[in-house]
Ligand binder design. Sequence first.
Ligand SMILES: [Fe+2]
Ligand SMILES: [Fe+2]
Length: 308
Amino acid sequence: MLSHTNVILYINIIMNSTQYTDAEIAPLASLDEWEDDLILRYPDPDSLAQAKAKEEFRNYDDPARDTVKEFYRLNHKYQTYDFVMEKRQDFLKFNKKEMTLWDSFEFLNTLVDDSDPDIALDQLQHLLQTSEAIRADGHPDWFVLTGLLHDMGKVLCLFGEPQWAVVGDTFPVGCQHSDKIVYPEFFAANPDSTDERFNTKYGVYEPNCGLRNVHMSWGHDEYLYQMTKNYLPESALYMIRYHSFYAQHRENAYTHLMDEHDHEYFKWVKVFNPYDLYTKSPKVPDWNELRPYYEDLAAKYLPSTLKF
Ligand SMILES: [Fe+2]
Ligand SMILES: [Fe+2]
């Protein structure tokens, strides 16, 4: 028999699949295509990696680049202020599932990757590579835990959410879209860009009102922030909440909405970003060996189960 939670889950999947076509729900062969494209856009300052990325960047015939472009077209078209409100209303009830952290990782890993299985790392491996690199550099334990958790919100895909409502660069909704956001031309199809409530520099916000008062496009960052906000230090929460906000942490396009508090904590967002982008390696961390360390670490900060 289906549990209450599973019924809600299936209803969500059915509702989403009737609203969007399959091609609109999953323009990418895998979620990793977005992150792989980020590395091309923001290459590792390490010169060797940069040379390699530039070489790949020149390859405009790469079919993955077309799917990423289509992914952003859909993201920019559909991520409106009202869409974000609707998703917050639904997902911030956290009534879909309750799992231990370890079950959450297993659940996340059921996200099937359609790209080349020989080179694709599963979600947990990316999380562990990120957290292990942070640990190796001697950062505080809550920072290591943040590395381990930061993409947990991608479980949204498993609740039937379209890829462009789970991953992708995030940006404020309710005010003008910056031309520093990747593929800004696609915002022409977003109804907010012709809505006078939302299409001015400040839109529904006040100058330097602080990002806590600004709604971001919906995705895995905001979802996990809301899930963990009572358990982790402020620096960790900034890293989780804004790690995909490239238009700010790389391009400084929304400084006019930030306050002093944001500026102080964005330093951590910037420190975190290279660990997210540049620690992917074919070397697979040994989860069984690492698990006792991470179990103790998680128990120090998090409750025994997480509500999704
Ligand atoms: Fe992420
Ligand atoms: Fe990540």
